[in-house]
Ligand binder design. Structure first.
Ligand SMILES: [Fe+2]
Ligand SMILES: [Fe+2]
Length: 298
């Protein structure tokens, strides 16, 4: 039995092999019930095969909620390289778009999307899909009228993702990071970061902190053949009592709204790892409780 007060907020990610022949590809797909009831489900997976993906339906699918895709490389030394060329179908007309660099794709509720076909793969890559719903509600589509876009109706849904060099001098926070907010997109009560880390030490200067919204902190490894390997040892503290928790495998940490959390400390790093902070709000609204007195930042 878990005898700690906050231990249930720290959950090891469980990976499954995707169907298909050859060297396996792995994904994890926690739903709201796995995430303390948060209005969230997300997919994180590693891909290396050429050809149509085994997930997403032969003719694509649609959801009654918004979803955001992140196509990312897994190479810390080349954060702005995807290493693959993907074809993604969007919209009722089955418009096909090519994705050849790290990208964010914003899919409003009801927008048809997929299939995804890997045309070329030079290096394994990662895929994150964040959905604004606790439950998976997916309707698979029948064949749609395929067009090679002359009129580009859906291309604006795809944005090149820049992993910004944070020029971090010390501590465990991000080295390369991107940020997306749903502030200007109806149906997305969401903002998130995606980052690569390899530093040790404390992440933030004025911890602990608290948010007026739910948050999920997701720590993943960058080795596509060893999904259960994080490459780092993390410490996170919870509550005003600062209960200490340590983990060294891929993990999601839930910080429900109003629950005091952090400091977050990277104790050891063997290999760079990936991290996404998924916040169920438009702003990353934080009240810092450390230092001399609390202050709020966005
Ligand atoms: Fe989807
Ligand atoms: Fe937080």
């Amino acid at each position: 039995m878990d005898e700690t007060k906050y231990g249930h907020f720290i959950k090891k990610l469980k990976y499954n092999k995707l169907p298909g022949e050859g060297k396996p590809e792995y994904i994890t797909w926690p739903k709201g019930t796995d995430l303390e009831g948060l209005n969230l489900n997300f997919v994180w997976g590693y891909h290396h095969k050429v050809g149509p993906w085994e997930i997403g339906g032969e003719y694509g699918h649609v959801h009654p909620y918004g979803e955001v895709f992140v196509f990312t490389g897994l190479d810390y030394d080349n954060p702005n390289t995807l290493g693959a060329e993907m074809e993604l179908s969007l919209g009722e007309d089955d418009e096909t778009h090519i994705i050849a660099s790290p990208s964010i794709v914003v899919l409003p509720a009801g927008a048809a999307h997929c299939p995804i076909v890997a045309k070329k793969v030079a290096k394994p890559y990662g895929f994150l899909a964040i959905s604004c719903s606790a439950e998976d509600k997916t309707s698979e589509l029948k064949k749609r009228g395929h067009v090679i876009p002359l009129v580009n109706k859906y291309g604006d849904l795809i944005k090149r993702m820049e992993m910004r060099d944070m020029k971090r001098k010390k501590g465990g926070n991000a080295d390369f990071m991107t940020f997306w907010t749903g502030k200007n997109t109806p149906g997305f009560k969401l903002n998130f970061t995606w980052a690569f880390h390899k530093g040790t030490g404390i992440w933030h200067e004025y911890d602990p902190h608290v948010h007026p919204n739910d948050e999920a902190l997701v720590f993943v490894g960058l080795d596509p053949d060893n999904p259960d390997y994080l490459g780092a040892e993390m410490e996170i503290r919870f509550g005003e009592e600062q209960e200490v928790h340590v983990f060294d495998t891929p993990t999601v940490v839930i910080a429900p709204k109003g629950v005091v959390h952090c400091p977050l400390i990277t104790r050891k790093v063997e290999k760079p790892y990936g991290f996404t902070a998924i916040c169920l709000a438009h702003e990353h609204d934080t009240t810092w409780l450390g230092g001399d007195k609390p202050f709020t930042s966005k």
